[in-house]
Design a protein around this ligand. Structure first.
Ligand code: FMN
Length: 222
C-alpha cells in the first residue's frame, strides 16, 4: 500500500565508514555460522518468536510491492504427519527414479534420502506459498511481478531472522510440492515455494563438512 501521504521522509540511519566496516564484518561473521539442520529436537518455543521472524521476512522488497507470499505455520501433529507422508512419497520417487545420476552424486555429501523425520519432529513447519496472482474485489485476477525473485528475497530475510534468533531451519523441496497446497487447502492463486522446519537441533547434530566459495570465486570487478 502507498501511504495516504503519497511520499514520506526516509529518516535514514547512517554510520561512519569505520562503523559500517564493523557492522558489515559482524553480520558476515554471524551469518557465516548459519547451517541447514536436518535433525531436530522436539523442544518448542514461543510462537511470537516465529511471528517476529515472519514479520522480518515481510520487510523484504517485492515487485511493485505486491508482497506475493503467505507463510503457513504448521504445528498440528496431524497435519505434520500428513505432510511427512506425502513428502516421503515424492522423495522416494525422486531418489529412486526422477533424479539423474549426477544429481544423486551431488547429493552424496549430504547423506540425505527419502526419509524425512524432521517434518514431524520440528516444532513448526513453515510452508511458504508464492502468489502467482491475486484476486481483486470482484474476484478478477490481478497481476503480480517478479514473484520468484520477491519470494526468494523474503525467504532470505526469513532464514537470516531464524539464525539471528538462535533457531535453525532447512530449505526443503520435496518436489513436486502440489500436495502441500492440497493438505493446507490453499487458494488457487498460491503455489508451494519451500517447506521449512524451524526449531532447535537434536543433541550432537553433525552437519556436512562443506566449504563456501571465497570472494575471488564470486566477485568480478569492472
Ligand atoms: C532452493 C533450495 C532447495 C533445497 N532443497 C533441499 C532439500 O530438499 N533437502 C535438503 O536436505 N536440503 C535442501 N537444501 C539445503 C542445501 O542442501 C544447503 O543449503 C546447502 O547444502 C548448503 O548448506 P548450508 O545451508 O548448511 O550452508 C536446499 C537449499 C535451497 C536453497
Amino acid at each position: 500500500m502507498l501511504s495516504d501521504e503519497g511520499f514520506i521522509p526516509l529518516n535514514p540511519t547512517t554510520y561512519s565508514n569505520e562503523e559500517m566496516l564493523q557492522r558489515s564484518r559482524a553480520l558476515f561473521e554471524q551469518m557465516d555460522k548459519r547451517r541447514s539442520v536436518r535433525e531436530y529436537s522436539n523442544q518448542t518455543f514461543p510462537i511470537e518468536i516465529l511471528e517476529n521472524i515472519i514479520k522480518t521476512a515481510s520487510t523484504a522488497p517485492s515487485g511493485a510491492h505486491k508482497q506475493p507470499w503467505t507463510f503457513c505455520i504448521v504445528s498440528s501433529d496431524e497435519i505434520k504427519s500428513k505432510i511427512r507422508e506425502a513428502a516421503e512419497e515424492e522423495e522416494l520417487e525422486n531418489y529412486t527414479r526422477r533424479m539423474s545420476d549426477s544429481w544423486l552424486e551431488d547429493l552424496k555429501p549430504f547423506g540425505t534420502d527419502h526419509i524425512k523425520p524432521f517434518i514431524e519432529v520440528a516444532p513448526y513447519i513453515v510452508v511458504v506459498m508464492k502468489h502467482s496472482y491475486e484476486f481483486g474485489e470482484e474476484n478478477e485476477k490481478l497481476q503480480n511481478y517478479y514473484v520468484n525473485e520477491s519470494v526468494g528475497i523474503a525467504v532470505g530475510f526469513f532464514l537470516s531472522a531464524v539464525h539471528n534468533a538462535g533457531l535453525f531451519a532447512l530449505t526443503h523441496t520435496p518436489s513436486p510440492m502440489r500436495f502441500l497446497k492440497k493438505i493446507l487447502n490453499r487458494p488457487e492463486n498460491e503455489t508451494p515455494y519451500l517447506l521449512i522446519p524451524v526449531g532447535l537441533p537434536a543433541d550432537n547434530v553433525q552437519v556436512p563438512n562443506i566449504k563456501r566459495k571465497g570472494l575471488k570465486d564470486i566477485i568480478e570487478r569492472y
